[in-house]
Ligand binder design. Structure first.
Ligand code: SF4
Length: 306
């Protein structure tokens, strides 16, 4: 009865990626949940931020048939010579079902409601790979713990099926939810983006205080934690900055730390969501620069292995 109740909990999912090898140990299925309390300027999943379903427009797929303009309920979409002009705010406010008229998939929705059971059925398809590689299911986002009932339901049911679990978190979450999740999570991939609070607020929109406090408490509670810092040019990529982060997490007793080098893979998605991207001119670090920082991490006694 309880199992059935958990299986029927619904949550908002914007992607499920199978065969991932970067989001925890082994081969994994990553379930991306919508909603995030942070607004990092370098976010590679801008479609994750809003906790409601939203329109996603891929201009290169648009053949200019005008069906969307004819079918949108309140004229939020207008076909012009160089593609659609979308009133994003108005368009995302209502029911988005009309977008299904698009014959090419240029216009679609990011975020669909799925039950725990539906997600688990997809996750279980690759059970054999998890067993062979030490992989499993990773919850990501956005911030997956912003949908606590759904996230906890997924973690519980995966545990019940003996599937290893990982949670990628911003740490900017309700502490009780985080500690509840700990009971069903094999490894937390915990982002710590900047040691300096002022800089943290400037680049992510929120203070790092809650993130640090939660990290400390999670570590003291005995959780298995890999701290990850997205390495952003001219934001937190100095040797001093990395050393400051290591100082803090060492104090919490954390032994696993890694960097996520900056990339531009998500940049095209901003336009597809009607959002502005401020980092298009930022160049990723060279391999040599990244390797130097990884050496410092290793020399400081941290492991980058899950
Ligand atoms: S329905 Fe699709 S293909 Fe046709 S104009 Fe609209 S977005 Fe483009």
């Amino acid at each position: 009865m309880v199992k059935k109740a958990v299986e029927s909990i619904k949550g908002l999912v914007f992607d499920i990626q199978r065969y991932s090898i970067h989001d925890g140990p082994g081969i994994r299925t990553v379930v991306f949940l919508k909603g995030c309390p942070l607004r990092c300027k370098w976010c590679s999943n801008p479609e994750s931020q809003d906790i409601r379903p939203q329109i996603f427009y891929i201009k290169s797929r648009c053949m200019g048939c005008g069906l969307c303009e004819k079918n949108c309920p309140d004229k939020e979409v207008k076909l012009e010579h160089d593609g659609l002009k979308i009133d994003w705010k108005a368009a995302n406010r209502g029911d988005l079902a009309w977008t299904s008229v698009c014959p090419t998939g240029a216009l679609g929705i990011k975020g669909i409601y799925m039950s725990v059971e539906e997600v688990l059925n997809i996750v279980m398809k690759d059970e054999i790979f998890y067993r062979q590689s030490g992989g499993g299911m990773t919850l990501s986002g956005g911030e997956p713990l912003m949908q606590p009932k759904f996230a906890l339901g997924l973690l519980k049911m995966a545990r019940e099926a003996d599937i290893s679990t990982a949670v990628e978190t911003t740490g900017y979450v309700d502490r009780k939810v985080l500690l509840d999740a700990m009971h069903y999570t094999d490894v937390f991939l915990y982002d710590f983006k900047h040691w300096d609070d002022e800089a943290h607020i400037k680049y992510t929109g929120v203070s790092n205080k809650k993130i640090k406090d939660n990290l400390k408490i999670l570590a003291e509670a005995g959780a298995n934690i890999m701290v990850r810092t997205p390495l952003i040019p001219d934001v937190n990529d100095s040797e001093e900055s990395i050393r400051k982060i290591m100082e803090i997490i060492k104090e919490y007793g954390i032994k696993k730390f890694t960097l996520l080098p900056f990339h531009q893979y998500g940049s095209g998605k901003y336009a597809s969501c009607g959002m502005q991207y401020d980092m298009k001119d930022v160049k990723p670090h060279s391999e040599k620069q990244v390797a130097k920082l990884f050496r410092i991490i290793e020399d400081s006694g941290f492991s980058s292995e899950f």
